[in-house]
Design a protein around this ligand. Structure first.
Ligand SMILES: [Ca+2]
Ligand SMILES: [Ca+2]
Ligand SMILES: [Ca+2]
Length: 150
C-alpha cells in the first residue's frame, strides 16, 4: 500500500513536470499551453530570452550531479537511467495489479479500460476531442489511488 502511494507520488511529480522531462532535459521550445505558461514566468503572454534561458539552465543543470557547473556524458547517462527507472516503476505500479512483476494482457486491458472511463467525462461511451483534451493523466492516477483496490 505504502509502496503504491510512493510510486503514485513519483508519477505525479514526473507528470507535473511534463512527460518530456522523463526523457532528457534538453532545451526545447514549449508548445503546449500549460508548459508555455511555466516558461512565461511573468505571464505577459510572451516568453522572453531570459525566461527561456533560466528555464533551460534549471532543467539541464539538474543533471549536474557533482555541481561543478558542467554536465558530462556520464551525468546524462545517470539521469536518463534514473528517469527510466522511475518510468518503469510507474508503469508497474499502475498496471501490475497482482504485483507479480509482469503486466499481463488482462492487467493492461483493465488499466486501459479504466483510463478510457476516466477520459469519458460525461460517460456516454465515447471520448470526444474535448474530453481527450480535458483529461489529466496525473489527476486521474491520483483518483485511482484514493479508490480502494479491488
Ligand atoms: Ca558536473
Ligand atoms: Ca501482474
Ligand atoms: Ca463522452
Amino acid at each position: 500500500m505504502r509502496k503504491g502511494l510512493k510510486y503514485g507520488a513519483l508519477a505525479f511529480l514526473a507528470t507535473a513536470a511534463g512527460t518530456m522531462a522523463a526523457e532528457a532535459n534538453e532545451p526545447f521550445v514549449p508548445r503546449g499551453e500549460r508548459l508555455f505558461a511555466l516558461f512565461d514566468t511573468d505571464k505577459n503572454g510572451a516568453m522572453s530570452k531570459p525566461e527561456f534561458l533560466l528555464r533551460a539552465e534549471k532543467r539541464f543543470l539538474r543533471a549536474d550531479a557533482n555541481s561543478d557547473g558542467a554536465v558530462t556524458a556520464a551525468e546524462i547517462d545517470a539521469q536518463l537511467a534514473k528517469a527510466i527507472e522511475r518510468r518503469r516503476a510507474r508503469m508497474m505500479a499502475n498496471m501490475d495489479q497482482d504485483k507479480d512483476g509482469s503486466v499481463t494482457r488482462e492487467e493492461l486491458d483493465k488499466y486501459v479500460e479504466a483510463m478510457f472511463d476516466g477520459a469519458d467525462a460525461n460517460g456516454d461511451g465515447g471520448v470526444s476531442m474535448d474530453e481527450a483534451r480535458g483529461f489529466r493523466l496525473a489527476k486521474w492516477r491520483k483518483s485511482l489511488e484514493s479508490k480502494p483496490a479491488n
